[in-house]
Write a new protein. Structure first.
Length: 407
């Protein structure tokens, strides 16, 4: 009898991941780079999780690895219909480089930003050449994140201001292959009281919104601020996105932890924030979302748990989110509910967030983690992630394509 009950609960757990109708039909995964092996480690770790992008007919993936003994930034590209990526191109310079942020521009062009030697570096990539490396003058700067701003760029990053990191934003003008920094401002005008980290930025039709990790209450929360208009570098007072725990307790101390906010636009002017949230301390981190509320006193709405009830028995990590103009919205993450780390998806439907879906090809033995996703104008899904065939073994970067299914 006890065995029958166990099988019953196992079937309940597996069923929602396998029988529901998903919005995409997935190809088989392919390698992003052939450079892999012992002591080579790849990372998809950018603030806002911007490591994959699509421009016109080109898919690009940016990552960091240590193939020559030093962490450097690399980019690989392929045609939408190609079955393989081109050879990786080294993007960074001679120093130790980390956390590339990738954004698509028009006509198969891309821009990247990364940290190298404690400064923010940027570069344009066209179909035929690499632009010159542009370096911001500020030292002790890290965790860069980019957004397309009417075919120009918005750059946000954390820069040391005394004891603490502080979030800054710059408008970057594109002049051919040259990048020109324009106005720069602190996103929060108040004196910094504790760490501000891992920012991400998005440009809407008439305003700019930045979100980040903030530790001003003595534990980590998610904050956001918006400008008065799209050209402004003046931000209104920031507001908290992640909700406070219901009462203080010995389990939470000053408050529960959160990590790594990501933003995505979908539909017409709609915006969502997602992050990892430890408010249920018994099970570790969950994935939560909040919708932007234009015109409301409160900048973002109620916090909604993304993963389904079956995900409550495992920790969720590394939230990534993407949307398309039709209103399609999808969140990805990795968790270990099946014993090893797999890539999971949940998408917005008429009832809220769908049941969790284990991505075919990204749910095999070993560890699949650190996903990064993007949707194109037709709702097709592009996914890259880090794979380990054995726990703590060497890594490789994998990719797969999901063709949108017309509902």
């Amino acid at each position: 009898m006890r065995l029958q009950i166990a099988w019953f609960w196992l079937l309940l757990t597996v069923a929602p991941l396998s029988v529901q109708a998903q919005p995409w039909e997935f190809d088989k995964p392919i390698a992003v780079t052939k450079t892999q092996g012992e002591k080579i480690f790849h990372h998809l770790e950018s603030a806002g999780r911007h490591n994959i992008a699509i421009s016109t007919d080109t898919v690009a993936v940016a990552w960091e690895d240590n193939r020559d003994g030093t962490p450097r930034i690399y980019l690989a590209r392929k045609g939408r219909n190609s079955q393989s990526f081109s050879a990786a191109v080294k993007i960074s310079g001679g120093g130790e480089a980390f956390e590339p942020s990738l954004v698509a521009l028009s006509t198969n062009r891309f821009a990247l930003a990364w940290e190298e030697d404690a400064r923010i570096h940027m570069r344009l990539v066209t179909p035929t050449k690499l632009g010159p490396i542009f370096t911001l003058g500020e030292s002790e700067a890290m965790q860069a994140s980019l957004a397309n701003h009417d075919q120009q760029l918005l750059l946000v990053y954390s820069r040391r201001d005394g004891r603490y990191g502080r979030i800054w934003m710059q408008h970057i003008e594109i002049d051919g292959q040259t990048l020109r920094p324009k106005q720069v401002c602190a996103v929060d005008a108040e004196p910094v009281r504790d760490e501000q980290l891992y920012p991400t930025v998005i440009s809407l039709a008439d305003r700019i919104i930045v979100a980040w990790e903030d530790r001003r209450p003595g534990h980590t929360i998610i904050m956001a601020a918006q400008t008065d208009n799209q050209k402004s570098c003046h931000f209104r007072s920031p507001q908290r996105i992640s909700a406070a725990s219901p009462g203080r307790s010995a389990a939470y101390g000053k408050g529960h932890g959160v990590a790594r906010v990501a933003l995505a636009q979908y539909g017409t002017g709609q915006l969502v924030a997602v992050w990892a949230d430890k408010r249920d301390f018994r099970e570790g981190y969950d994935i939560y979302s909040a919708n932007y509320q234009p015109g409301n006193k409160q900048l973002f709405g109620p916090n909604i748990r993304v993963q389904d009830g079956f995900g409550g028995v495992a920790q969720q990590w590394h939230a990534t989110v993407a949307g398309d103009p039709s209103g399609r919205l999808v969140v990805g993450w990795d968790d270990k509910r099946d014993g090893d780390a797999n890539i999971m998806l949940s998408w917005r439907d008429d009832n809220g967030w769908s049941d969790d879906f284990a991505v075919p090809g990204a749910d095999s033995a070993g560890e699949q983690n650190h996903p990064t996703i993007s949707l194109d104008q037709e709702g097709n899904l592009y996914l890259a992630w880090i794979e380990r065939t054995t726990i703590d073994g060497p890594t490789r970067v994998r990719y797969l394509f999901g063709k949108a299914i017309k509902q």
